[in-house]
Write a protein that binds this ligand. Sequence first.
Ligand SMILES: NC(=O)c1ccc[n+]([C@@H]2O[C@H](COP(=O)([O-])OP(=O)(O)OC[C@H]3O[C@@H](n4cnc5c(N)ncnc54)[C@H](OP(=O)(O)O)[C@@H]3O)[C@@H](O)[C@H]2O)c1
Length: 209
Amino acid sequence: MRFVIGRRCASTTASVMKAWILESHGTQLQLREMPIPVLTKPDQVLIKVKVFTYIVMAVIPAFKQGCHAEYAITEASCCSHFQQAASFPYVACTAWTALVTVARMNPKSKPAERVLIHGGSGGLGTMAIQMLKAWGTEKVVATCSQDSFELVKSLGAIPVDYRAINATDQLINLAPFEVVLDCVNSELAKWSDKVNKVVDVAKTKFSLY
Ligand SMILES: NC(=O)c1ccc[n+]([C@@H]2O[C@H](COP(=O)([O-])OP(=O)(O)OC[C@H]3O[C@@H](n4cnc5c(N)ncnc54)[C@H](OP(=O)(O)O)[C@@H]3O)[C@@H](O)[C@H]2O)c1
């Protein structure tokens, strides 16, 4: 989301904005005129919503209401500067969520030594490889096409061609893995899930499907 960030005190004269609202569960969204929200806590920021994009400048926490409007309130800690937003696109949020929130990896304490990524040459896979290597993960194995081998290697991962006849053997030889990130939902990814018990491939698996 892209916002212009501003501050508005409780004493400011109220004005109105357009907002999409739900009157009750199960009803249709309605476009209404509403008062512009007022700051009530010192760590709050009033943001003017300009456009929704995959570059994240500010986030309204999921449990808060009122984000489908011309103005919304969030916490200062949920906002970033232009430079930060440009360097941390939405794809990075997804990779971070997969590795940190779901797989419970702690970037500060080298959380896993061996990670397998299915779809390592895509936007998500390349972001995940870079994060893992920056955190010090020793072995990152990534499935991709032959065409993407150089890209994946340049990021520090070991590429495995998902079209290779012996792809499963290669993964078994490279196993075990503590974490598997599935970005493609391929047959090979499903296979690596099934063979966990045989080759101890993964303790944690995050799939986008
Ligand atoms: N990007 C995001 O921010 C984001 C957020 C939420 C969800 N997602 C979902 O996550 C998935 C991946 O997103 P993405 O942005 O990484 O997509 P992407 O940039 O299009 O990359 C997909 C990659 O998958 C590879 N691939 C295709 N078939 C494969 C297979 N059988 N085995 C292994 N790799 C294979 C392709 O690599 P080769 O060219 O090497 O074959 C391609 O680079 C999508 O379903 C997307 O909807 C993405």
